[in-house]
Design a protein around this ligand. Structure first.
Ligand SMILES: Nc1ncnc2c1ncn2[C@@H]1O[C@H](COP(=O)(O)OP(=O)(O)OP(=O)(O)O)[C@@H](O)[C@H]1O
Ligand SMILES: C[C@@](O)(CCOP(=O)(O)OP(=O)(O)O)CC(=O)O
Length: 429
């Protein structure tokens, strides 16, 4: 190593993802190997993302990390596994201008500093661990000039948090569960990029941004140990659904996509109820939202022989999915459908009296404009959705809405002003 004074830094931005076919259950707790394949859509990092700066310097005397401005411990197994796996793949780095020369073997002796920021609530069921671990692994790989491609990196991010492996790509992503005992074939692949189905609009109703009671890790461990439904789901249901979902995505078949997405979310929450003790991630507001969506899209109910049929209007269909929390993630098939959906949502779930619209609908605000809504008065003047009989207004049930769309995978931020660590000290700015 040339001198003792330099700091080498890399800053990356990584999206979060929402599963449309859920991962729930591990067959190996340490390596984080799942009991079934899963498929997710990556959310636009312009609206929901993690930014992570990683730095290395001979002046650092230990690995340190700051998350959302607070120092956290890196001693946990998940962080240690990611750091170890990336260090094992580090390559020689030379920057003549800064007088930096790091040989492959030097990486084992050098320490790193990590600062990370989530622009959305952490540990509230919005997959912060997914964006967080994907960003950590991606940024470290770039810092250490690792040659692995994003699929190979996904197998490392997986050891931080299972769902993180799917955040290494944009668009629609499949996590292949794999068969190998060492987990080497349990990795993410991109099904299609974000341009393939770019008319989709995603609206997230953030019902509660408080930290949840049962973490995904604990919840799925309990489900694996006690739920028979989980075993049936992993063996019989998901393999068929994965194939159908891949077809629906490939053909941009929104009807099938929505039906599969809603069914899989419902089954995941049924598994949670089938767990001992039962886990309740959805709350009353979540249930009201499902009822609201079903009423909006199902024009009429009719009985035929002993079966009960619901005739759903394809053009009004909205896919819903709930992760390990009460927040609804709604996917509309195009802008027009999303505009109508937002109008109806704002009628049924208006902000509490003191809220301002600017902080009630965040992300891509242009959908509000399309809906002809400029201020709170416009929300108050919205007509009741014609499909819903005696529609109730549940004021204050939703904290805020995020409007977004399918987005791209991780990227490097070259603008040094966006770095979270100081370029000379390597400490948080
Ligand atoms: N930016 C980040 N960088 C590294 N680790 C992070 C980051 N953000 C969150 N984490 C880790 O993820 C943990 C939160 O994960 P958890 O699964 O409880 O919640 P979540 O990912 O927000 O929700 P869910 O996965 O259920 O949708 C944090 O305690 C922290 O260890
Ligand atoms: C409901 C889910 O969001 C579960 C995510 O679980 P995590 O990936 O957070 O769990 P660990 O692997 O234990 O870190 C479904 C999904 O994202 O597929």
């Amino acid at each position: 190593m040339a001198q003792k004074t330099w700091v080498r830094m890399v800053t990356a931005q990584t999206p979060t993802n929402i599963a449309v076919i859920k991962y729930w259950g591990k067959r190996d707790e340490t390596l984080i190997l799942p009991v079934n394949d899963s498929i997710s859509v990556t959310l636009d990092p312009a609206h929901l993302c993690t930014i992570t700066t990683v730095a290395v310097s001979p002046s650092f005397d230990q690995d340190r990390m700051w998350l959302n401005g607070k120092e956290i411990s890196l001693s946990g197994g998940r962080y240690q596994n990611c750091l170890r796996e990336i260090r094992a793949r580090a390559c020689e780095v030379e920057d003549k201008e800064k007088g930096i020369k790091i040989a492959k073997n030097d990486w084992e002796k050098l320490h790193v500093h990590v600062a990370s920021y989530n622009n959305f609530p952490t540990a509230a069921g919005l997959a912060s661990s997914a964006a967080g671990f994907a960003c950590l692994v991606f940024a470290l790989a770039k810092l250490m000039k690792a040659k692995e491609d994003n699929s190979e990196l996904s197998a490392i991010a997986r050891q931080g948090s299972g769902s993180a492996c799917r955040s290494l790509f944009g668009g629609f992503v499949k996590w292949i569960m794999g068969k190998a005992e060492d987990g080497s074939d349990s990795l993410a692949v991109q099904l299609v990029d974000e341009k393939h189905w770019d008319e989709l609009v995603i609206i997230i109703a953030v019902v509660s941004s408080r930290q949840k009671e049962t973490s995904s890790t604990t919840g799925m461990r309990d489900s694996v140990e006690t739920s028979l439904l989980l075993q049936h789901r992993a063996k019989e249901v998901v393999p068929k659904r994965i194939k159908q979902m891949e077809e629906a995505i490939k053909n941009r078949d929104f009807g099938s996509f929505a039906q599969l997405t809603c069914a899989d979310s419902n089954q995941f929450h049924a598994v949670c109820l089938d767990t001992c003790p039962p886990i309740f991630y959805m709350n009353d507001t979540s249930h009201r939202q499902v009822k609201f969506l079903v009423s909006c899209q199902c024009a009429s109910h009719s009985r035929s022989s002993s079966k009960f049929y619901m005739k759903c209007d394809d053009t009004k269909m909205v896919a819903y999915t709930f992760d390990a929390g009460p927040n609804a993630v709604l996917i509309a098939h195009n802008r027009k459908a999303a505009t109508q959906l937002l109008q109806k949502l704002l009628f049924c779930f208006p902000p509490s009296s003191d809220a301002d619209l600017n902080s009630y609908v965040i992300g891509d605000k242009s959908i509000l404009k399309d809906a002809g809504i400029e201020d709170i008065k416009d929300v108050e003047a919205l007509p009741p959705p014609p499909e819903i009989k005696d529609a109730q207004r549940c004021k204050g049930d939703v904290s805020y809405f995020i409007c977004t769309k399918p987005g791209r995978g991780p990227g490097l931020l070259s603008d040094e002003s966006l770095a979270l660590l100081h370029p000379e000290t390597g400490l948080p700015k």
